[in-house]
Write a protein that binds this ligand. Structure first.
Ligand SMILES: Cc1ncc(COP(=O)(O)O)c(C=O)c1O
Ligand SMILES: [Zn+2]
Length: 382
């Protein structure tokens, strides 16, 4: 490969590099890199029942191998009772718990490992709140690559068991994902393994954005929901979905004058750095002291993708809210018991935030809302 069909552009400054080489963050300003693709046509979408139906809009060449185990194309289920309870006209749950490895993290790590394999990297490592670790373990296993995972000791045991079952090396860390991040960086330096941490690696977002493509296709490429509620920790889900909508408008997949959704961040009151920063109109988040929540995926006190996520919220005219643990627990139970969806606490957090939106003036009572259940309740039961 002499030149790639895409480039990597800094999300914060003017730095650009061709996409055919190993890259992490921007060498000039240290912020995340974003993939810039040549325009693709909607006619290139295939009938494949995975996220790879959008391969034309993803950083992969026609002759390259996809490290795939069936990720994406998750159900989008309309739930009128939940819409009524939330005070909106229509509400859908996008159930990411049905992905391989039981969370949306499968999409991003699938894309990252596909690129890591194409580059011939010797091994991969990641700090995780849990679900990214399972996803990396599984995709590394599928690619035949060694993987090292750094996770907080407090990570739910079913998640740690899954990481071990896929054959990855697991290191437990005192503290939170930020502490795991430091250990991962140190290990990467010593071992030569590539660190695929959230938005320190440019391709995870490209897998995540397929959630946005799936929503656009489910809405027949004509309309979009008024708001998308995303349980947010590191920010890559939120960033990816918004990137998808912008690409689709730019490439003519969606009408130029389409109303884009407001992106809404849902966080736990015990760890809400993005909610706090957005409310104060800050460009970056101050790390949250003593982060604590049962929703381990949301226990990210100092997200590296804070600026990009906050910019996404501003660009989409979005919002950010947190809910307390009791509200989250009740909402998780409501979601599971009223729909049969295996609600993760993160999904419960999203549903609780959906119920705030009309009162907060973010959307009208006529709104159509998509809420993400980002993981599986089974991962949290032990
Ligand atoms: C189930 C679940 N939901 C939400 C998140 C937060 O996602 P993001 O880091 O993309 O903001 C995570 C992250 O680990 C997660 O595991
Ligand atoms: Zn830069």
């Amino acid at each position: 490969m002499t030149s790639a069909a895409w480039s990597l552009q800094c999300s914060a400054c003017v730095y650009t590099v061709a996409g055919d080489r190993l890259a992490s963050v921007c060498p000039d300003c240290g912020q995340p890199l974003s993939v810039k693709l040549a325009a693709a046509s909607r006619d290139q979408v295939t009938a494949e029942a995975t996220m790879w139906r959008y391969a034309a809009a993803m950083p992969i060449l026609a002759n390259e191998h996809r490290v795939s185990i069936g990720e994406g194309m998750t159900p989008l289920t309309e739930l009128p009772e939940l819409a009524k309870a939330a005070g909106v006209a229509r509400l859908w749950i996008k159930d990411e718990g049905l992905n391989p490895t039981a969370s949306f993290k499968a999409r991003g790590l699938c894309m990252a490992i596909t690129r890591a394999k194409a580059l011939g990297l010797p091994g991969v490592c990641v700090p995780t709140a849990g679900n990214a670790g399972i996803a990396l373990s599984a995709y590394a296993a599928a690619a035949g690559m060694p993987a090292r995972i750094y996770a907080p000791k407090t990570t739910p045991p079913p998640i740690l068991g899954s990481i071990r079952a896929y054959g990855a090396e697991l290191e437990l860390v005192d503290g939170h994902i930020g502490d795991a991040g430091k250990a991962t960086m140190q290990f990467a330096k010593e071992s030569g393994y590539f660190n695929v941490a959230t938005v320190r690696e440019p391709y995870r977002v490209e897998g995540m954005k397929t959630m946005g493509y799936e929503i656009a296709e489910a809405f027949a490429w004509k309309t979009l929901p008024d708001a998308i509620v995303y349980p947010t920790g590191g920010g890559e889900g939120t960033i990816g979905i918004w990137k998808a909508f912008k690409e689709m408008v730019e490439w003519g997949w969606l009408p130029k004058d389409i109303a884009l959704p407001k992106m809404v961040v849902a966080q736990a009151a015990g760890c809400a750095p993005l909610v706090r920063a957005f409310a104060a109109s800050e460009e970056k988040a101050t790390p949250w002291e003593n982060p604590a929540t049962h929703a381990s995926g949301l226990r990210v006190p100092g997200p590296f993708g804070d600026r990009w996520t906050l910019r996404t919220l501003r660009e989409s005219n979005g919002a950010a809210f947190s809910v307390d643990e009791d509200t989250m627990r009740a909402s998780t139970f409501t979601l599971a018991s009223s729909s049969g969806i295996d609600a993760a606490p993160e999904g419960g957090c999203g549903l609780a935030v959906a119920g705030i939106l009309v009162k907060a003036g973010v959307v009208k009572a006529t709104a159509h809302i998509v809420v993400f259940n980002t993981g599986s309740g089974a991962s949290y039961r032990w």
